[in-house]
Design a protein around this ligand. Structure first.
Ligand code: IVH
Length: 699
């Protein structure tokens, strides 16, 4: 967008522009604060705000009563009741460069008339979440609120109470009778990714970033939902207090920590402008290592009496500033949408982007999750989009810049066939209850070249056959050249290599030593445990744990093989035998039956097993008093860990369950046992102490 430089604007143009900016910023504030779903990047938002301030600075007479420069956030929504903060929750001015940071220090010294005297500051990570204010009266949490418009926030007391890092009662002593403790509610990267993963699986709307996810999670009508979200809290400020409790910011943070809050351990105390700059570069280095998002550093004058003297200008304190990191978001063009086919045929759309640097890293791809997500965001090929990186989370597309959309673009239509050469139809999955899910799957199974290569990649992976030196690229090229089409081929590679004109060592990225090492690595895996072998087959729903259970249940490859073949030919007693195994249910049985009903799968497995020596699994003991019994451990165990207890019980042929039901045979209860013990007594199940259990087991 070309803009008239501010100095060339006429008064009439400026009036018009300020109106437009006020509307635009108000709309963005709503998207951001009320809906937790921004439609433009933070950097673009900041640019609009800066433009607004620049125009106002040139035409002070045009400053509107409702100017965006006078507002913080959006008014509280009607869902929660309104609470007026004891003192307003302000926002911070931004500094975007070293020069602006130096200027902040110079301004502080000028204002206080300090001459050359250096100022001590705290430099705190600027956590990217949403701020909350917690009111404590006589040490007891009485109210918790969001910032809202800075003066009036939303009452989210019950939701905030569910956070484990928010004390319901202050610890220690020295807290004022009334204090509003302020800080940031946020979500860590892993928890954010997990939240979005389950939302994607459930076909729900995804959150754009951890901050929006935190805001959305906190502002749930039902606190029980908030309680399920792993929200965290850092305390870093305070509002109204009935008495002073510290002389400096660093000291105040220590007091907050003593009272039971989590304060940011990375906070530094620094001196002078050079100290501010050094802290910034420390935090830049730290940023990628942190498990949560930070979007800058907050500098605060340490001395509280100086803070008092400095006071506020408009809605921000003069004694603090936020030094922002370069945007982790950027605009680019969505050039294509490709489909990736996973091992089990699940198709994931991936956005191919015109390369763009986001927070120092060149981004070319972004995950689009599934077809519904593309539809919801109405992403079209050729669109200008906002991409975002957050820590080590895969880049995401936040949204489309609609103003840049070309008039003749068309909505994306999800292909109905697999992108492989065979173009097998994609099917939409249904759940057990028959509902359609958002996942589309290629129905080609082992005929689909994509699924076959993914399958091979799984086969050699660390938790499966763990063949070192056979990477994704190598496998792909061996597959394309027809040298490795199925797992058995891997074990035939050395033999076949002898007759090849172009030997393995002559392939790109190989060489004599690598080829020799690879053959060694392959041969080392000819002896394999039954559980690994079953897991390596890559049958859907048969993960490591199921592999282990099946291996234990059948003991030998022959027993497993005979049984699955029987199942595949419709033998119900074989299926019933498998069903009787702990934790094996109809889904696993159905997928195994279907898998082994395919003659090409059976043949491939036979070819593989012919290359291997499969070790027998340790069969559970059947001659102990506990064989086949279901045991529940509850309360705290004092002589052994839970894992030990479980392993011991299992070695005696027992099953260990986590909840008590009619099927439970024995409950071992330690101190503090609660509802499980009660259920056991109600159901008349045998209960014993840890000591009694140990005495029995040692017999
Ligand atoms: S102090 C009057 N300290 O940044 C100053 N804010 O842009 C009150 N933030 O609303 C804020 N980390 O949501 C402060 N260590 C920190 C912070 C922090 C994150 C957020 C907070 C605030 C916003 C200002």
């Amino acid at each position: 967008m070309r803009q008239t430089p501010v100095e060339n604007l006429t008064e009439a143009e400026a009036t018009e522009e300020l109106t437009r900016l006020a509307d635009e910023l108000a709309a963005h504030d709503l998207h951001y604060h009320r809906e937790d779903a921004p439609v433009i990047s933070d950097a673009d938002y900041d640019a609009l705000k800066q433009r607004n301030s620049a125009v106002e600075a040139r035409f002070p007479a045009l400053v509107r009563d409702n100017s965006p420069s006078q507002r913080v956030g959006a008014a509280a929504s009607e869902q929660f009741s309104a609470v007026e903060h004891g003192t307003p929750m302000l926002s911070l001015d931004n500094a975007f460069s070293d020069d602006e940071a130096r200027e902040f220090d110079a301004r502080v010294r000028r204002f206080l008339g300090l001459g050359d005297e250096a100022v001590a500051y705290t430099a705190e990570p600027k956590i990217d979440g949403l701020s909350a204010s917690l009111r404590y009266e006589k040490g007891v949490l009485v109210r918790g609120a969001t910032r809202g418009d800075g003066r009036v926030g939303e009452d989210v007391t019950e939701n905030l109470r569910t956070l484990s890092e928010i004390p319901h009662r202050l610890k220690g002593s020295g807290w004022p009778d009334i204090i509003e403790v302020r800080g940031e509610v946020y979500l860590g990267h892993e928890d954010f990714a997990a939240l979005n993963r389950s939302a994607a699986e459930a076909g729900q709307k995804l959150y754009a970033n951890p901050r929006n996810a935190a805001a959305g999670s906190l502002r749930q009508i039902d606190p029980k939902i908030t309680a399920q979200r792993p929200l965290r809290f850092f305390a870093y400020a305070w509002g109204l207090t009935s008495a002073p409790f510290a002389q400096g910011q660093a000291q105040a943070l220590r007091a907050l920590a003593d009272w039971g809050f989590v304060t940011n351990p990375q906070t530094q105390s620094v001196v002078g402008a050079e100290g501010l700059l050094a802290a910034y570069s420390d935090f830049e280095g730290l940023r990628p290592k942190l498990k949560f998002d930070i979007d800058g550093v907050v500098y605060k004058v340490d001395r509280l009496d100086w803070q008092q003297r400095l006071g506020f200008v408009s809605r921000s304190p003069r004694w603090a500033v936020a030094r922002k990191f370069p945007a982790q978001q950027a605009r680019t063009v969505l050039e294509a949408i490709d489909l990736q086919v996973g091992r089990t045929g699940a198709v994931t759309p991936v956005g191919r982007l015109r390369p763009v640097t986001v927070g120092g890293v060149v981004v070319t791809n972004a995950t689009l999750h599934n077809g519904d997500e593309i539809e919801r965001k109405d992403l079209r090929i050729g669109d200008t989009v906002i991409v975002q990186r957050a820590g080590d989370v895969i880049p995401q597309i936040v949204g489309v810049v609609l103003e840049e959309r070309s008039g003749n673009s068309l909505p994306y239509i999800f292909p109905s066939v697999c992108p492989c050469a065979l173009a097998t139809p994609l099917v939409r999955e249904t759940t057990v209850s028959g509902a359609e899910t958002v996942v589309r799957r290629c129905s080609g199974e082992m005929t689909c070249p994509f699924q076959r290569t993914e399958h091979l990649i799984h086969f050699v992976s660390r938790r499966a056959f763990d063949i070192e030196g056979l990477g994704e690229k190598q496998l792909q090229s061996l597959f394309e050249d027809g040298l490795v089409r199925e797992p058995a081929d891997i074990f035939l590679l050395e033999e076949r290599d002898k007759t090849l004109l172009k030997k393995l060592k002559d392939r790109e990225g190989m060489g004599e030593t690598s080829a020799r090492n690879l053959f060694e690595a392959i041969n080392a895996r000819r002896i394999i445990s039954l559980e690994r072998l079953i897991f390596s087959l890559g049958v859907r729903h048969v993960g490591e744990q199921t592999g282990r259970t099946l291996a234990k249940g059948y003991g030998t490859w022959d027993a497993f093989w005979t049984s699955v073949q029987a199942m595949a030919s419709g033998d119900e007693s074989a299926a019933a035998e498998m069903n009787a195994m702990d934790q094996i249910g109809p889904t696993v049985i159905e997928t195994l039956t279907r898998y082994f009903a395919e003659s090409h799968n059976r043949a491939a497995v036979e070819r593989l097993v012919a290359q291997l020596t499969v070790l027998e699994a340790e069969k559970p003991k059947t001659d102990t008093a506990f064989a086949g019994k279901t045991i529940v451990f509850t309360g705290s165990l004092e002589k052994m860990t839970r894992d030990e207890a479980k392993a011991q019980a299992e070695s005696l042929g027992a099953k260990v369950a986590s909840s008590v039901s009619k099927k439970t045979d024995l409950v071992v209860a330690g101190p503090g046992a609660g509802s499980k013990l009660k259920t056991a007594t109600d159901l008349g199940i045998q209960v014993m102490t840890e000591d009694e259990w140990l005495a029995l087991v040692r017999d």
